[in-house]
Ligand binder design. Structure first.
Ligand code: VGL
Ligand code: ZN
Length: 201
C-alpha cells in the first residue's frame, strides 16, 4: 500500500482475498429488504471477481441464511421483514453475479435464536482465511452499515489488513447518512478505502 496526497493504491499479491458480503436477491431492488441501488455493485463486483480469479487469489462470499422463524424478523419481535430465508429464491445470489466455481460460500445467522451481522460470527471464515495464508482482505457488499461494517470490524480486530471497496458497497440508509458514517467508522478503525481503478496486479 502506498499513501500520499489522499491517494491509496494496492498491488495484489499472494495472501490477498476478496470477501463480498450478502449480495443476495432479498437485498437487491425487488427483494424483501432491498438496499437502494444495491444492484449497481454487481457489475463492479464482477470486475473484482474476475481480477482476483485471474491472479489465483481466494474469493469468499458470505450469505445471510435465516430459518423461516428467525429472531430478526418482525413477526418474532425483531426489526426486519423476513429476508434471506435459507434455500429460498430471496437468499440466492443473483444470476448476474459471475461466480468462478471455486468460490468459498459462508452462511451466517443460521439459527433461530441468534442474529449476526458479521461474516465471521460463528462461521469458519477466520479459520479458512488463516489456513489459506490470507493476510489482507478486500471487502465489499451489502449493506454498508450492517453486515459490511461488522465484517470489516471483525477483520480488523482479527488482525487482517483490511480494505473497504467503496465502489462496491451500498447502504440501507434508514437515517440518511448511515452508510457514510459507517464508512467513516471503518476508516477510523483502520480500514483502507479503495476503489477498483486503484488496485493493480
Ligand atoms: C443485513 C439486515 C439484516 C445485511 C442482514 O446483510 O447487511 N442487514 N440482515
Ligand atoms: Zn438478516
Amino acid at each position: 500500500m502506498q499513501t500520499g496526497a489522499g491517494r491509496v493504491t494496492a498491488k495484489l499479491a499472494a495472501g490477498d482475498a476478496l470477501i463480498f458480503v450478502d449480495v443476495q436477491n432479498d437485498f437487491l431492488p425487488g427483494g424483501s429488504l432491498a438496499v437502494p441501488a444495491g444492484n449497481e455493485i454487481i457489475p463492479i463486483l464482477n470486475r473484482y471477481i474476475a481480477l482476483f480469479h485471474a491472479y489465483g487469489l481466494a474469493i469468499f462470499a458470505t450469505r445471510d441464511w435465516h430459518p423461516p422463524d428467525h429472531c430478526s424478523f418482525i413477526e418474532q419481535g425483531g426489526r426486519w421483514p423476513p429476508h434471506c430465508i435459507e434455500a429460498s429464491p430471496g437468499a440466492a445470489f443473483p444470476a448476474s453475479l459471475e461466480f468462478p466455481c471455486d468460490i468459498h460460500i459462508i452462511s451466517k445467522a443460521t439459527t433461530r435464536e441468534k442474529d449476526a451481522y458479521s461474516g465471521f460470527a460463528d462461521t469458519p471464515l477466520n479459520a479458512l482465511l488463516r489456513s489459506s495464508g490470507i493476510g489482507r482482505v478486500f471487502i465489499g457488499g451489502l449493506a454498508t452499515e450492517y453486515c459490511v461494517l461488522n465484517t470489516v470490524k471483525d477483520a480488523l480486530q482479527l488482525g487482517y489488513e483490511t480494505f473497504i471497496l467503496t465502489d462496491a458497497v451500498r447502504a440501507i440508509n434508514s437515517s440518511s447518512d448511515d452508510g457514510l458514517h459507517a464508512l467513516e467508522e471503518m476508516e477510523h478503525l483502520g480500514a483502507v478505502p479503495i476503489h477498483f481503478e486503484a488496485i493493480s496486479a
